[in-house]
Design a protein around this ligand. Structure first.
Ligand code: SF4
Length: 303
């Protein structure tokens, strides 16, 4: 029995089939990269806009989905698809262009939902209207990079908008009954274990649909690499990260779906910490600790 509400369990219960997430690079950029707000981006953002494993060279969305589907269906031939718009800011375009892109993905055979990663400051009313329309037709969720609720940390990571902006976007999505997933990074410089748990409290308070928890890692093609090389700072050990994740799971509302518990570094470009490249070992460490300490999601939650 799973000790937390995992992506696999949630979706298997919902659709009675394995869900295959097909990640797409739809060719977007980001206001924090194209000069509108800045050029260097968030300090941890890679050249590929935090989507290092999509098939960028295949310029059609359908071809990208076909290629991933072919790989995944060797193992799960009966699986259903969720199209995941991953790289950069996936609502940063004219609405008619967005409509075309999203409906192209939805029309791909066996696709039952859409996941759209974007920024909280890129959700105009027009975009929200389109998302509401899609929300009526399919299983939709929006992924937002919260990372921290601490304003000084948010400034340090150069995200380009405040937590207040994030909070307003979450409320607007909720008003429209659109599911929101928040990303959170453990181990950002300046965070304490309690300030990281503030992020978990916030996710509980807002009753979000889902969360992805990542550990901070340094990858070669990011502004953070330069910062780290000039002035190395302490990174979480594997044991510290596992402790934080177990604590977070114990405090997280059991209704919230946990989509990830590890980061996804590109091994060829990873500088540190090395343990983040071994996701399976991190996950098994988390599972083991949950079992040994008899912890289930939400067992220490206060709401
Ligand atoms: S918002 Fe996303 S794509 Fe834009 S700079 Fe930050 S991590 Fe990169």
């Amino acid at each position: 029995m799973s000790r937390y509400n995992s992506f696999h369990d949630y979706f298997y219960n919902k659709f009675n089939k394995k869900i295959l997430k097909l990640s797409i690079d739809a060719g977007f950029t980001c206001p924090n990269r194209d000069g509108t707000l800045g050029k260097s981006g968030c300090i941890y953002c890679s050249e590929r806009g935090s989507g290092d494993f999509t098939f960028k060279d295949l310029d059609s969305i359908t071809l990208q989905m076909e290629k991933q589907r072919k790989i995944l269906e060797r193992k799960w031939p009966e699986g259903l698809n969720i199209a995941f718009f991953q790289n950069f800011t996936n609502t940063y375009a004219y609405v008619e262009q967005l409509r075309k892109i999203y409906y192209t993905a939805l029309s791909f055979e066996n696709t039952v939902g859409l996941a759209i990663a974007t920024r909280a400051d890129c959700l105009s009313d027009e975009v929200l209207d389109l998302l509401s329309e899609l929300n009526e037709k399919t299983f939709l969720w929006i992924e937002l990079g919260m990372q921290s609720v601490n304003e000084s940390i948010i400034e340090e990571i150069n995200r380009g908008y405040s937590h207040t902006v994030f909070d307003t976007a979450v409320d607007k999505l909720k008003e429209r009954d659109i599911k929101t997933l928040s990303h959170i990074i453990f181990g950002l410089p300046g965070e304490t274990s309690e300030s990281m748990m503030d992020g978990i409290r916030y996710i509980n308070d807002k009753k979000l649909f889902g969360v992805k928890i990542h550990s901070l890692y340094i990858q070669e093609d990011t502004p953070l690499a330069k910062i780290y090389k000039e002035k190395p700072f302490e990174l979480l050990s594997k044991e510290e990260y596992i402790n934080l994740v177990v604590e977070a799971i114990s405090r997280l509302d059991p209704k919230i779906v946990i989509h990830r518990l590890t980061g996804d570094p590109n091994r060829q470009k990873l500088i540190a910490p090395n343990w983040t490249a071994d996701k399976l070992s991190v996950l098994s460490g988390i599972e083991k600790r949950l079992k040994v300490e008899n912890i289930n999601q939400g067992c220490n939650a206060t709401f």
